[in-house]
Design a protein around this ligand. Structure first.
Ligand code: FEO
Length: 399
């Protein structure tokens, strides 16, 4: 199977409709994904990236049928992560002489993963591979976007940027192009991908995009390694990335909570009510983290100006679901967000203090000392929760 991309470029990847988790169980993929590999056939025939190992035989057989393995002159590995390099062992077993173009870090990682001394050609930003007919693949290192080895390749003449993970989406579609799919679904997946994978590297995203835009290269297509190709104003997603990378916020407050017997949930409801009374314009969303997909909740945190976290006290601490998502939130290094904590308890009541500590450690600015209620919230407790909600809404509006 191949899908025509442009001129002498074809997609030869794998659509994975059934994928529901990625990076082990770290990232949910409700809409599946794809592993995009491309072949450029000019005077030279160059493969760009491969696909995940479970599909290696199919991938290489298909490549042989569509292109002919003997016709390959080189493979470019924009990134060594297993979802893109997983078919290299199968490919190299059948073409052991094939040159592999990648960064110096790519060589280290590929050797670390596969323990093979393949025919590596190390490249850095500005280096190129002449593919003939007046075209060349120009390499741009994308260090830490999102691995040390990441790079992009730009095909002159056709003006196609093979961006690998950058601008990707975990989004399976038979239609390979952005203008052929539901735009709301596409942007939701692109945002989820950015929020959950690229947020920690936002400063590097801004610097790299400025560096690439300063080159003034015309870009007709952006062809990432997951999801659809950006076509018809592809710089739209580049500008979106610039927006997302600069402490992105919508006028939203997200309440994350866990609850054992509904006391903390009642508090969440009253806090939301207080927020809405104070500021009817702000979007308030509530998620029980014990029942909500972690990555979907992270996407909502990404969009929020303020996050309110609630947990009952359990074994002198907080619930395991809340602890897990706060661990993820800390690692993502969100900037310029406000927070507050709440929780019900029966006797010792440490959860709010613990949440305050974890939120501060994750870089959030606390806008309240938080609120805790013993056993089920009384009418007075519920009024206190509403008052805290108003306080949070006021702080959310303040600069
Ligand atoms: Fe799609 Fe970082 O691998």
């Amino acid at each position: 199977m191949k899908i025509h991309v442009k001129n002498h470029i074809d997609w030869v990847g794998r659509i994975d409709w059934e994928l529901r988790n990625f990076h082990g169980m770290e990232y949910s993929t409700h809409r599946g994904s794809s592993y995009n590999a491309y072949v450029v056939r000019e005077e030279k025939t160059v493969l760009i990236d491969t696909v995940w190992a479970p599909y290696d035989r199919q991938f290489v057989d298909n490549l042989d049928q569509e292109v002919g393995l003997a016709n390959l002159d080189a493979v470019v590995m924009n990134h060594s992560e297993v979802d893109h390099s997983g078919s290299l062992p199968e490919l190299m077993a059948r073409r052991p002489d094939l040159p592999i173009y990648c960064t110096a870090n790519g060589v280290k990682i590929l050797k670390g993963l596969y323990h093979q001394d393949w025919n590596f050609v190390t490249v850095k930003t500005g280096d190129s591979l002449d593919v003939g007919n007046g075209k060349k693949l120009v390499f741009v290192e994308m260090r830490m976007l999102h691995w040390p080895d990441s790079m992009a390749s730009y095909l002159t003449g056709d003006e196609v940027l093979f961006s690998n993970d950058a601008f990707g989406q975990h989004f399976a579609s038979e239609f390979l192009f952005s203008d052929k799919v539901d735009p709301a679904e596409l942007m939701a997946e692109a945002l989820k991908y950015y929020a959950n994978i690229l947020t920690p590297f936002s400063a590097l995203v801004v610097a790299k995009i400025k560096e690439v835009l300063a080159l003034g290269l015309p870009i007709d297509l952006i062809a990432p390694s997951h999801g659809v190709i950006w076509r018809g104003d592809p710089t739209r997603i580049v500008l979106k990335y610039m927006e997302w990378a600069q402490d992105y916020q919508e006028n939203q407050i997200t309440i994350l909570y866990d609850t054992m017997w509904d006391a903390t949930r009642t508090m969440a409801d009253r806090i939301a009510e207080g927020i809405h009374l104070e500021d009817p314009a702000v979007v308030v969303k509530l998620y029980n983290v014990g029942k909500t997909d972690k990555n979907d909740a992270i996407s909502e945190v990404f969009k929020s100006r303020t996050v309110v976290a609630g947990s009952p006290t359990i074994n002198h601490g907080i619930s395991t679901a809340m602890a897990a998502i706060l661990e993820e939130i800390e690692g993502l290094k969100f900037k310029n967000k406000k927070a507050a904590a709440f929780g019900a308890y029966g006797w010792s009541g440490e959860s709010v203090a613990k949440l305050n500590g974890l939120l501060s450690k994750a870089g959030f600015t606390l806008v309240s000392e938080g609120i805790k209620c013993m056993w089920n919230p009384t009418a007075e407790d519920q009024a206190r929760c509403m008052a805290i909600g108003r306080e949070i809404a006021k702080a959310n509006k303040a600069e």
